[in-house]
Design a binder for this molecule. Sequence first.
Ligand code: B12
Length: 314
Amino acid sequence: MVDEALSAGAVARRLGVAVTTLRTWHQRYGLGPSEHIPGHHRRYTPSDLVRLEIMRRLTAEGVSPAEAARWARQAPDPTANGTVTPARVHPTGRDGGGTIPVGRAGPAARGLARAAMRLDAAAISETIAHALAADGVVATWDSLLRPVLAGIGERHAATSGLIEVEHLMSRCVSEALAAASRAKVPTGPARILLSCADEEQHTLPLEALAAALAEAGVSYRMLGARVPVAALVEAVNRTGPAAVVLWSHTRATADPAQLSALLAAPRRPLLVLAAGPGWRADTLPAGVVRPVDLAEAVSLSAAVRDALHQSGRD
Ligand code: B12
């Protein structure tokens, strides 16, 4: 441990904060160096560093230092050799304690985050349905749902907790997006195929895309989660889509061979979109397009549908 332990100066440089800030975090919030060798200055261990990194990230997002410190202290010890004890001890109250950071998102997102912490499904659903009706799918996704989902992910990464919040929230988001999709079923042939990569379970962004396409009057087919590549190619060959959107949320599911298989399919789509943060730009086969957000995925899909329509091929 001694070898790995760091001085306050070294930790400050790594985190990009002043040494005085570290001192304040130590004195006020107990996030100090835990390695003590008699006769030497105290040193920061890798576990201390993990806690301080959480503290830095959350305070940068606007979470109060006291609140950030509470989450930081709960972080599992990464050096505990398989015996990580996730912080499931929630400090206070019905909402399980703590908050979900939503960055600069507005009051609706804060309200949604609080409802999620309380596991208040009715309030979650009501907030999302209201936003969808008032602002449409893309704005609701970008300004309300994404910040809260990302905040839940952030908290989960810091504490290993909130799995129940993540599941309830996912369920409510799915239901609301499905209801929005059902409310405006587009007519015309479904020329856009939406699919998750093999073993990919993160479907919500694709569900948002489906609802946004429905809202824009673009027909689609949704294959959903965990689609093996052979099944994806089979669906392409049977339905001849103009565009395929393949979602990967994590590196683990982002095998570019899936994209190559689409490009090599007998009924090769005009457009193959590699969507989601899992894909690495430098590993994508030539000819694959990577949309940066929901709005771009919608406009690219609509453009391909329109091009097909104008050429009289649909
Ligand atoms: C909800 C959720 C789940 C739900 C999914 C439910 C569902 N039906 O989708 C469940 C519980 C199933 C789940 C499971 C898992 N999850 Co999860 N999950 C999440 C969470 C909280 C939100 C996912 C989401 O919808 N994100 C959408 C938005 C919020 O993502 P974003 O980054 O802002 O979006 C970017 C781009 O995607 C783009 N964009 C945004 N929207 C759109 C839309 C379109 C159409 C396009 C083109 C682009 C685009 O713009 C953004 C800018 O970068 C994330 C946290 C997170 N930050 O994403 C973790 C997260 C993705 N999950 C994570 C993990 C580890 C898992 C599990 C492995 C956990 C486990 N141990 O079992 C499994 C994975 C299973 C699998 N093989 O797929 C990690 C991934 C870490 C990594 N990078 O590898 C995350 C980041 C949480 C974390 N911080 O640890 N998860």
